[in-house]
Design a protein around this ligand. Structure first.
Ligand code: PLP
Length: 375
């Protein structure tokens, strides 16, 4: 199988699975238990927190485990709005956020919050100035992602953070950094809230983390209960998942330079080989090195995905499965209809090989040559 969908999820390396197995079968104590097995788990929990915090460059005592990136996004937004409940009910976000942020904002609109959705340019770009111009005296929260999951576009979070206080010193800044984990530093980004997820970096599904910065003095608990996660997110800790998250973060950090160079080479090769296919358009040559969005205008993306899938090649459709309609991200780019409906996303990981790129390019070329385009 050729797996070119690392932005959707990633394979778990054996060392990560082994770390999880050890916790499931031998270190199964509850970190709240007061005997050896539990106390040992408590100690290891904090070591694992340190590993994930190191991968985000943030203090471990401000990092809290969540059940996924979606939970971190929802918690961050709700925590910021609670903290700023006397500032106002206005939120600034973008039209290209992950649904985890957009759907949360839509629910908030039902609760009489007002949300400004910023429109991107044709590469998905949004400038810091655009964001700052939208901030008002009653803006409680700005939520802008770090790396777009469909396009790979990178957003200027540090620049927004630097200038936000000049527009409104109370406004809090959240960034969904799920697609950027191990490539950024919380200290350099200066966002108040940063959410991440393990399964995008070789960790297991069902575990994420949220950095909550010092401007949130008394964050509102997401789940009141038994007091775990500094009483902010109660529930017995998902120890095996957390162990896997920590091991994945350690592995990715140890190989960071090598992996980034590899991804850049792979993306450059993909651009070079795909550009040779007649009609094919490269939509995002810049941006994160693990994501490449392309379009075959006139050839519906779901047909491409199905055809490649039949050859055991996994890529994803930019015009997701919404009855052939482009995703909200692709729609926001305002591309011509034929271009928008032919978008596919290739996304790479440290395991991706040059031969896999060549095989995928060949399959796409064959699709282009043997399937009739839509009128
Ligand atoms: N945010 C972004 C940018 C993502 O790419 C994803 C997952 O695809 C999420 C949030 C949601 O993360 P999770 O699957 O851990 O809930």
């Amino acid at each position: 199988m050729i797996y070119l969908d690392h932005a959707a999820t990633t394979p778990v390396p054996k060392a990560v699975a082994d770390a999880m197995y050890e916790v499931l079968t031998r270190q199964y104590g509850n970190p709240s238990s007061q005997y050896g097995l539990g106390l040992e788990m408590k100690r290891r929990m904090e070591a694992w927190r340190q590993s994930v915090a190191a991968a985000m460059d943030c203090p471990a005592d401000r990092l809290f485990f969540t059940s996924c990136g979606t939970e971190g996004d929802n918690w961050a937004i709700r925590a910021a709005l609670w903290q700023n409940r006397h500032v106002g009910r206005h939120i600034v976000t973008t039209a290209v956020e992950h649904s985890a942020v957009l759907e949360c904002c839509k629910w908030l609109e039902r609760d009489e919050y007002e949300v400004t959705y910023l429109a991107p340019d044709q590469q998905g770009g949004i400038t810091a100035q655009q964001v700052l111009d939208a901030v008002r005296p009653d803006t409680a929260l700005v939520s802008v992602m770090l790396v777009n999951n469909e396009l790979g576009t990178i957003y200027p979070i540090a620049e927004i953070a630097e200038n936000l206080p000049h527009k409104n010193e109370k406004t809090l800044l959240h960034t969904d950094a799920v697609q950027g984990l191990t490539t950024f530093s919380c200290k350099a980004l200066h966002a108040d809230l940063v959410s991440v997820s393990a399964h995008k970096i070789g960790g297991p599904k069902g575990i994420g983390a949220l950095y909550i910065g010092p401007r949130l003095r008394n964050p509102r608990p997401l789940l009141p209960g038994g007091g775990q996660e500094s009483a902010l997110r109660s529930g017995t800790e998902a120890t095996a998942q957390i162990a896997g998250f920590a091991k994945a973060a350690e592995l990715r950090m140890a190989n960071k330079q090598k992996d980034q160079a590899h991804l850049q080479t792979i993306k450059a090769q993909a651009i070079e080989e795909l550009t040779k296919i007649p009609d094919l358009q490269i939509l995002t040559p810049q941006g994160a090195p693990h994501i490449l969005s392309v379009s075959l205008p006139g050839w519906p993306s779901q047909n491409i995905v199905n055809d490649l899938s039949a050859q055991n090649i996994c890529v994803s459709a930019g015009s997701a499965c919404h009855q052939g309609k482009p995703s909200h991200v692709i729609s926001a780019l305002r591309l011509p209809k034929r271009t928008a409906s032919g978008v596919i996303r290739l996304s790479f990981g440290p395991e991706t090989t040059p031969a896999e790129i060549t095989a995928c390019a060949a399959a796409l070329r064959t699709h282009r040559e043997t399937r009739l385009p839509m009128l």
